[in-house]
Design a binder for this molecule. Structure first.
Ligand code: ZN
Ligand code: ZN
Length: 372
């Protein structure tokens, strides 16, 4: 069965009459033969597809109209620029013969489009946005300047060594018999007992189980017809059907064999043993003012020995201008060169960070470390 035909419409370009039926070849208002017109369907956007349920307002040709309607496009008279039905052998407007005209409705539109493209105005070039560079540079320079200023060194001489102090300590170890246990016995250990214990678990395949598993698949549910409309170029449209499958998701259950595991304990022998070990038990401390640092006498018992030694050499520096005092730690060889009451220079960043003892020109004499 041939596809159904649908009525098209056109607007008169001369007198602005709109909605003239496609089977009318001259304007009912001003009498002009239709020429360079574009056909359209009422209530329909070109290119849209319609569903079966959405055809109520489509204006089909009656059987009678269809009998007379041609499916071929109009031909375009090159003398008077009017469109003539395929059935006419001479122009309805000027009677020129069809043989002397070559273009049809579609070629006429192609030529129109080409002419429009040629006459299209060149797009004006957008002026480039100018970025305001100067304020950005100024701000960057200001930030760099502040950083440099705060990082610059400042040397001041309003300082005095207020006090020198020291602390020294020796940590003491004692030999003790320890009770321990482990999977192995270290050198020097004496075994006092042993027992079996869980060392770790192995994953062991126990059995298989049948498990229902849900699966899904896409299946065709039904077919749906949609329609598009083709401009025949003669005042009519052809309705073209398209059959498309509509899918649905179908669920089904399958039985799968899945392994079931259990945790199997693995036993090993664990040993109890006693072993002599050196254990940190106490420290011997000494502290004092001045520079005569001595190590404390740890007073070792027969089962004791010395372990690590630690020392701190401290200086209290007075800011004679502000009257404040700050403690620092020093390396021993630096600490030994200072004397109580000595005037010293300290160099810091302008921000106050990273102080060190220097000469009056800022040349470093020694590092100052945080007191604790
Ligand atoms: Zn008109
Ligand atoms: Zn003509």
């Amino acid at each position: 069965m041939a596809n159904k035909l649908v009525m098209g419409y056109w607007d008169c370009p001369s007198c602005s009459t709109t909605g003239i039926r496609g089977d009318v070849h001259s304007c009912p208002n001003c009498g002009r033969a239709r020429g360079e017109v574009k056909f359209y369907m009422k209530g329909h956007t070109e290119g849209n597809a319609r569903k079966e349920s959405d055809l109520a307002d489509v204006e089909y040709l009656t059987e009678e109209q269809e009998k007379d309607a041609s499916r071929n496009s109009d031909w375009y008279c090159s003398f008077c620029h009017s469109l003539n039905p395929d059935t006419a052998q001479n122009c309805l407007s000027c009677n020129a013969s069809r043989a002397s005209s070559e273009a049809n409705y579609f070629q006429m539109h192609e030529a129109l489009a080409q002419r429009e493209a040629e006459h299209a105005e060149p797009q004006p070039v957008k002026p480039k946005k100018r970025i305001r560079l100067l304020p950005i540079l100024l701000i960057a320079a200001l930030i760099v300047g502040v950083i440099l200023f705060m990082n610059a060194n400042v040397t001041r001489g309003d300082y005095e060594v207020a006090a020198l102090r020291w602390t020294r300590s020796i940590s003491v170890q004692q030999r003790r018999l320890m009770e321990e246990s482990g999977w192995t016995v270290p050198d020097g250990g004496t075994v006092t007992g042993e027992h079996r214990e869980i060392h770790h678990y192995d994953r062991v395949l126990d059995h298989y189980e049948s498990v229902p598993v849900q699966r899904s698949r896409r299946v065709i549910d039904h077919y749906e017809t949609t329609y598009t409309y083709t401009d025949l170029g003669n005042g009519y449209y052809e309705q073209v059907p398209h059959e498309e499958p509509v899918y649905t998701t179908e669920y089904y259950t399958v039985t799968e064999r899945q392994p079931v595991y259990r945790q199997e304990p693995v036993y090993q022998t664990r040993y109890d043993y006693s072993i002599w070990r050196w254990v940190n038990t106490r420290t011997a401390d000494a502290a004092g003012e001045g520079k005569n640092a001595v190590w404390p006498d740890p007073g070792l018992a027969e089962d004791e020995r010395e372990s690590e030694r630690a020392a701190a050499y401290l200086v209290t520096i007075r800011d004679t201008k502000k009257g404040t005092e700050t403690d620092y730690r020093l390396k021993e060889e630096d600490w030994l060169t200072l004397n109580v009451g000595e005037r010293i220079f300290i160099t810091t960043k302008r921000s106050g960070s990273g102080p060190y003892i220097s000469d009056e020109k800022g040349e470093k004499r020694m590092d100052l470390l945080p007191a604790r």
